[in-house]
Structures are given as C-alpha cells and as structure tokens.
Design a protein around this ligand. Structure first.
Ligand code: NCD
Length: 302
C-alpha cells in the first residue's frame, strides 16, 4: 500500500491531521489559487460504487481547482458489470497511467484487498467502516468554530450502528481529547460507543452531529413514522432551544428534513451543515496534495 494513501483516521498521527487542517485553511486564504505544478500533475480516478453527491463532487471540485485531470468510473457501464473485481479494476487504472484513486465502496474495509496497488488510494467511504475525509472536514469545522478540539463535548445522534462518519469521528476526536457521546435508538447502539440519553446530553454538547437513517444498510425502525422518529430521536425546535448558546449543529448530509432534523434547523444560525460542505473541498484539496507527495505548506516540499 502506498504510504500516501488515506484509508482510515488511524493512518494519520495528530500532527499529520493538524497539517491537513492547516493546509485546508491555507487553501481558503493565502493559497487559494495554488495548483499542483504541471510536472507533478497526475490523472486521478474517482471510483464510486455507492451513490454520492457531496463527497464525489467535492473531490471533483478539489481536483479541478488543483489543476488535476479527473475521470469518473460509472460502475454500471464499466467492466464491473462483467464480473471484474475491485482489485483488477484498480490495477487497470494503475496500468493506464492514473496516479491517484479515490474510492467509495459498500464493503467494510474493501481496501484490505488492494494491498498490491501501488498508487495512493483515498478512501471516500467504506461500508460502515471509515470516512476519513468527512472526519477531516468535520474536524476543520469544529476547529474553525472553537479554535481547539481538546475538551470539546461532541454529541453524535441517530443511526450510529451503520455510520462510518460516527466511527471515524469517534476515533479522531478522542485522539484529540474531545469528549464524545452518542444517542439514538437502542437498536443502533454500537459496542464500545458511550451511549447517553439524548435529552440529557443536549445541554452538555458544544457540537451536536445528527445522522441520517442508513436505510441502504438495512437500518429500520419497525412501525415508526418519520414524524414519530423526529419526536423521539430527532433534533426538534424544542431540543434546539436547550442547546448551549454557542453550540453548533452539524450533519454529514444528505439530510432527511423532518426525520432526523426539523427542516427549520437545517439552515438556522447554529447550523454549519453547508459550511461543512465548503470545508470538504478544502480538506480534499489538502489530502490530494499530500497523496501526490507534497509536504504541508510551510515545510519544504518532499
Ligand atoms: C455520509 C456517508 O456517505 O457516509 N455522507 C457523506 O459522505 N457526506 C453520511 C450519509 O450518507 O448519511
């Protein structure tokens, strides 16, 4: 596996995470026009085997802004339909001269099969396993808001069992000394994740992250309507009033308005949901730059 791959948050030390966040901030200000020098540009391939709007097109936007040429695999019109494995698909792109692979796949830890692929792989989500670039953009959003991560109280609520966002965020936030609690239906509790009562934890939280019900991974609550779900487990207008004055609302999106969150809260003053998307482009630019072997801004390039 290429050492510049990014598969899970475990691949990054705290210092490397901070380097990526700093690079993302630099892309937002002093380095907003920065592009990969022409001689170092590589073709990148975006291989999305699951639906995606934000992650896919923020990678595209990041690639375009960096001056990289990107190609998208449409699984339905590729040789995957003829039975080709993920490994052979990746080796094919490598043989065709592509220099970076961005992959989203429904299988947990699909990348374990790809150890012999030599070009860097950026994981854009594996099943319910990991979502490192979403985690980085979430960290950047919190960092921009509070100036630190240690000591922050972060409450993650909803379909925790099926959420790779919950998994990656737990991992990274705890490494930075944040306090992470979870809430949601009993059915979706996850081993090793500290669950709490949602209503008791709302006034405790500096950050409330709401999660969508991942129906495509089999999540369901029998006999409960959307309105009942919102009332019992969602972020309602009433619950929002119990949040600390400075507390913010986040959501990886797609949002199901009126299910896990009241539609009026999606763009309320506390919401950072669309800010997260902007930050997604910035961290993905930083991660692509790292994948191509560039040292963080402020250090000499390797
Ligand atoms: C998340 C994902 O795909 O894991 N979304 C995203 O990447 N922006 C969360 C979700 O789909 O609910």
């Amino acid at each position: 596996m290429n050492p510049k791959s990014l598969l899970t948050m475990k691949d990054l030390s705290n210092a490397e995470i901070l380097d990526i966040l700093n690079d993302a901030k630099a892309f937002n200000s002093s380095h907003s026009d920065w592009q990969i020098p022409v001689s170092s540009r590589k073709l990148t391939a975006n291989l999305f085997f699951e639906p995606s709007t934000r992650t896919h097109f923020s990678f595209e936007s990041a690639e375009y802004q960096l001056g990289l040429q990107a190609a998208d695999l449409a699984p339905d019109s590729s040789s995957v339909t003829k039975g080709e494995t993920l490994y052979d698909t990746c080796r094919t792109f490598e043989s065709l001269g592509y220099g970076v692979l961005v992959i989203r796949h429904p299988q947990d830890e699909y990348f374990k099969e790809l150890e012999n692929v030599k070009i860097p792989i950026i994981n854009a989500g594996d099943g319910k396993g990991n979502h490192p670039t979403q985690c980085l953009l979430d960290l950047l959003t919190m960092y921009n808001e509070f100036g630190h991560l240690d000591g922050l109280n972060v409450l993650i609520c909803g379909d925790v069992a099926h959420s790779r966002v919950a998994a990656s965020n737990k991992e990274a936030l705890e490494k930075f000394g944040a306090n992470v609690r979870f809430a949601g239906p009993k059915e979706w509790e996850r081993e090793g994740y500290p669950f709490s009562d949602f209503d008791e934890s709302i006034p405790w939280a500096d950050v409330v992250i709401m999660l969508r019900i991942q129906r495509e991974r089999g999540a369901k609550i029998d006999g409960m309507s959307d309105a009942e779900y919102l009332e019992r487990y969602g972020l309602t207008l009433e619950r929002e009033k119990k949040m600390k004055d400075h507390a913010i609302i986040m959501h990886p999106a797609p949002v199901n308005r009126g299910v896990e969150i009241d539609t009026n809260l999606v763009e309320c003053e506390r919401s950072r949901i669309f800010e997260q998307m902007k930050n997604g482009v910035l961290v993905r630019k930083a991660v692509l730059r790292r994948a191509l072997g560039f040292a963080p801004f402020g250090r000499s390039e390797c």
